[in-house]
Design a protein around this ligand. Structure first.
Ligand SMILES: [Zn+2]
Length: 87
């Protein structure tokens, strides 16, 4: 375990710098504006994370809040933010 807060969404990789899990691994219950996952709710097991990611991508990888989607947004680039243990 590293000792840094997690800022990248485990499901979709969105990283806006806000801590989703603190440095002790405690969830901060932040709702991702991209995939709409809430940190600490259904993203604490790798199998769940993978399943939710697959569903999200299969559904078109839509942003929950489309106004927050950058004009040059790139799905594969965002997925690269996902910490290796959540891939
Ligand atoms: Zn997300």
């Amino acid at each position: 375990m590293d000792d840094k807060a997690e800022t990248a969404c485990r499901i979709c990789g969105l990283d806006d710098g806000e801590a989703l899990y603190d440095e002790y691994g405690a969830p901060q219950y932040v709702i991702c504006e991209c995939c709409y996952c809430e940190s600490g709710i259904g993203d604490d097991h790798l199998s769940q994370v993978r399943e939710r990611r697959e569903l999200w991508i299969a559904g078109g990888a839509h942003w929950h809040d489309p106004t927050r989607r950058p004009a040059d947004w790139d799905l594969s680039r965002q997925l690269a933010n996902i910490p290796s243990r959540w891939r």
